[in-house]
Design a binder for this molecule. Structure first.
Ligand code: PLP
Length: 373
């Protein structure tokens, strides 16, 4: 369908296709008439937030008539203490997606370039395109590499030029679950020219249990051109509240704060995030569940003859060895929502988030059924 205002839109907007989110449970209920649905499509924490966080949310609700603290004082203090950086180095966002968009808005324009990897998280392409800047998409590692479809830092470095302003690195990456070790990643950042900002997206940081996996938040003082993004949407179980943040040197944070909407994070989200940060036990429980269950789902997929990309996130990229769209549809009919990833140029794969033991059991049974059918 043509849009009569297309010619009036900013050039970057004209070719933009909206982000494709995981199918909501209510939509599947409406469209297919199925109930008792299991959603394993958006890499959420199946345990949700802890009781302590829910209590903080209830308490913060008393203040709803008031605007939130535009500077997020308390949350920034808590994050500064957690990461050992000054509070001026923290930029809060309406999810980490918001800070990724702020970075693009702040540092890109037509004529500028941004580098990211093939199969990288879809939002990088969207936020770059919206600014009218040019994408430079690096080839990813091949399917038979130890990090199949993962970021190839040499290929990315080769695309950095005089017009590059941003390089996006997801560690680990979604939808592949692949990751980069500290030595190689820090060497890559160190070698970047001064006019290039490295954005290291650590949305799944808390889940990762791999030797040599770095905490790039500890490098912010060392590299003035580094931005690390984190979120409360994954291991902290707060995806619905929309709260994330960036850590960077004070100069970059200053610029991001100039374009940030003053009230881009709600009072409830700020209060919940402060409480969630304190609830170390809940995160540990969530990670433990994920580690055990990811192993179980991976082995079950392998027993069904499917290929599994080794993942350090809370999701698995599963190779169906044939077009995955019919399996996605058949799983929907069985009341299980997973994520097709053809839009990531992975038409034979499905991305499956790790749920509770019960949810994963449903998935495994449904998967066996649709493969046999
Ligand atoms: C790699 C990566 N970065 C960032 C995000 C954005 O998450 P949020 O905006 O909820 O913080 C996601 C969400 O799926 C992700 O997978």
């Amino acid at each position: 369908m043509t849009n009569r205002f297309l010619d009036l839109a900013a050039p970057g907007l004209r070719g933009l296709r909206p982000y494709q989110p995981g199918k909501p449970i209510a939509e599947l209920e409406r469209e297919y008439g199925v109930t008792d649905i299991v959603k394993l499509a958006s890499n959420e924490n199946p345990l949700g937030p802890s009781a302590r966080v829910l209590a903080a949310i209830a308490e913060a609700a008393a203040d709803l008539p008031r605007y939130p603290d535009a500077n997020g004082f308390e949350l920034k203090q808590a994050l500064a203490a957690r990461h050992g950086v000054p509070a001026e180095c923290v930029t809060l966002g309406n999810g980490s997606n918001d800070v990724l968009a702020l970075l693009a808005e702040g540092f890109l324009q037509p004529g500028a370039e941004a580098v990211y990897s093939r199969h990288a998280f879809a939002v990088y392409s969207l936020v770059v395109q919206a600014t009218g800047a040019t994408h430079r998409v690096a080839a990813a590692h091949p399917a038979n590499h130890a990090q199949p479809y993962g970021h190839d830092l040499d290929a990315m470095a080769a695309l950095v030029g005089p017009a590059t302003r941003l390089v996006f690195i997801a560690n680990p990456n979604n939808p592949t679950g692949t990751w980069l070790d500290g030595e190689r990643l820090s060497a890559f950042i160190r070698a970047l020219p001064e006019h290039v900002i490295a954005v290291v997206d650590e949305a799944y940081f808390e889940y990762v249990n791999a030797p040599e996996y770095p905490d790039a938040s500890q490098w912010v003082a060392r590299f003035p051109n580094l931005v690390v993004t984190r979120t409360f949407s994954k291991a902290y179980g707060l995806a619905g509240l929309r709260i994330g943040y960036a850590l960077s040197g004070g100069d970059i944070a200053d610029l991001l704060n100039r374009i940030r909407q003053p009230f881009n994070t709600s009072s409830i989200a700020q209060a919940a995030a402060v409480a969630a940060l304190q609830d170390v036990d809940h995160v540990a429980r969530s990670v433990e569940l994920n580690t055990t269950e990811m192993e179980r789902v991976a082995r079950a997929c392998e027993r069904l003859g499917l290929g599994v990309v080794p993942s350090v996130g809370n999701f698995l990229l599963v190779d169906m060895h044939r077009p995955a769209a019919p399996f996605f549809e058949a799983l929907l009919q069985a009341g299980v929502i997973v994520r097709p990833v053809a839009n990531y140029e992975l038409p034979n794969h499905l991305r499956i988030s790790i749920g509770t033991e019960k949810e994963n059991g449903r998935l495994i049974t449904a998967l066996a059924g649709v493969i046999d059918a």
